[in-house]
Design a protein around this ligand. Sequence first.
Ligand code: HDE
Length: 746
Amino acid sequence: RKPVEAVKEAVQHAAAKLTDAATPRVPGAPGSGTPALAEPTEPAEPLPPKPEQGTPEPRTPTGAVPGCPAAAFAQQGAYLTTAQGARLRDTDHSLKAGARGPILLQDHHFREKITHFDHERIPERVVHARGAGAHGVFTAYGTAEAITRAGFLKKGRETPVFVRFSTVLGSRGSADTVRDTRGFATKFYTDEGTFDLVGNNIPVFFIQDAIKFPDVIHAAKPHPDREIPQAQSAHDTFWDFVSLHTEAQHHTMWNMSDRGIPRSYRTMEGFGVHTFRLVNDAGATVLVKFHWKPRLGVHSLLWEEAQLISGVDPDFHRRDLYDAIEAGAYPEWELGLQVFPDTPEETFAGIDLLDPTKIVPEELAEVQRVGKLVLNRTPSNFFAESEQVAFHLGNLPPGIDVTNDPLLQGRLFSYLDTQLTRLAGPNFPQIPINRPHAGVNDMLRDGFHQHAVHAGVAPYRPNSLDGGNPFEAGDDENAFVDVPVRVAEAPKIRANPVSFADHFSQTRLFWQSMTPVEQEHIVHAYTFELGKCYEQAIKERQVQCLADIDPVLCERVATGLGLPVPKPTTPLAEVVPSPALSQVGAQWPAEGRIVGIVVGPDADLPGVTAVREAAFGAGLVPLVIAPHGGQLGDLTVQRTFDTARSVEFDALLLAAAPAPAPGAVRDAKAGTADPAPIDPRVLRLAEEAWRHAKAIGAWGDGTAVLRAAGIAGTPGVISAYAGPDTFAAVQELLATHRVWQRFASV
Ligand code: HDE
């Protein structure tokens, strides 16, 4: 708090200077005719405008009309108007010199409309351009109260949030299901100021120092000459970088695993990646890593599914998120903390907590749950919310502070900086989605797109003219306190700690923690991606890295690429696998999963109705797939054989074996195992669903499809007498996400 004496002195100084002025303005100055300023000792609201300083509406410091939702600024009244509020009687014809004449320059409505349109696009994010956001609420369990003073983590406290999920590499219009890291950025609108937890679905990062971010991104983005490939890491420059720069190997392994192709945003874990420092009321500190744990478990796509979806439904994840929220199947995560003592070494179990290429296995430090996030509202306007939201690691509430992780330190600079171009100037915190829910009384003024109409004459401290406002908060008034950590006496150097040099042991730990089927997916991913590279030297260099990670992995990938198998260049680390890293084995709620039901004119329609009711009752989404759109008896058709593709469904039910449409080309398989020909599109649905290890059930005529596809009696393929029995068995299989036994490696 500024000493009162200083304010008093400033007042006296100003008053003395103004004694002889013609129109003294300082209250209490000789000749001013106004009473002397009381000594400002208490914080107060900003000064109101003087009576002669009216603005059109009374506004809060951030520019909002009190009690008026942001949307009301956008659409008021029933009539179409210009941006200046003048009503328009025609917006379809430009003003011309006669019906066949040229457009007149004086057509101000035309110019306003086209000019605005010309400037509708803003620069997309340099990374994480493709994303989708949703609103929700975070409720604290109170389990973190002892270790942090952050108010939003106090028991029962509810905080509004906005979450944006994203891919990293692709442009705004790229497909959702590409192999990539996913962003998981959360804005908590706490009443002590906004907290942004800007994380990913992968707990480690490619680089250890932020200064290398342009390098890794330039390598991963499309080649600069032809701008190919879009949203992919399967190309030379990416593998050139990660094979030369081996600290990227751990993150790359996660990308090559099933984590790189999530089934849904709802089934992704989230990680803060860096270690943060929490401080409690007594000033005691701990180090923590943030985790988001999805209620529905962690599930992924298969690579073939991901590729098909990129064409069939490039908006797959976005649609899934919004459909789930609109259906009331609200996505949920628990926020968890791994807590470590704040020791001078900043290590735990020998792991350097400042190294963002390392995890601390959950078996060594339990993830303690501190609250629950529920996403329950879709944005009203994609641009206004998902596009304009601006996250920043420096948005921290009291009780959460940063560490010296060099990646985190660099990010503290980058996020604020990038918004200056992307959102055109420094006033982006005034954009509705970015406005804090805590009162704002800053002394930031002017700049492009200033929406606030600030009152007062003294946006500086100390001041006497605005009564000393605004005041600095005292220690007991919820101010953010930088934890006074000791900064080591050290020479100024460009170097890493020695522990940062270990690039392979945790990469090996990840590989060894996978089940055989997950390892098989990793081998295929490396073989696919390196198989897309043109440069032999790059492939060989990456295969050498694999040799330094694990000889079995190396041999399998090298064989797939037709390359010799190199020997490790360093001794292989002894690692203890972490089963928590695997996605296979556990059972999860199946809510919100999509079940396709194939019907035909002769299907058991009452059975289908009963299945639909059971599915809705279990929180699943049943979609009827029929030969044509419209109605089939009482059933409304949601997909036709033309619009449905197996990749959209988590499980498939067959209530009929529809015959091919007249004139259709007969599928080679139709009729081989069953005399009655079956529509080839239905056979493809069944075959693909089987290949992708999905639960499949059939009853009545539907069982003929199983026989024709040659999949009857195989694991996870159910034939039952009635629809509801079939559904019950399939529902049970959905709890493990896939029928893992179908994979050769299981
Ligand atoms: Fe980011 N990152 N990042 N990043 N990042 C951006 O900020 C940056 C990193 C992450 O949905 C940019 O507003 C640097 C790690 C997410 O709006 C930019 C470094 C993690 C999002 C930026 C990193 C992330 C971003 C681009 C290396 C996980 C999307 C647009 C030091 C913990 C947020 C923007 C959204 C976005 C910089 C590394 C997550 C350029 C310099 C590690 C989820 O500022």
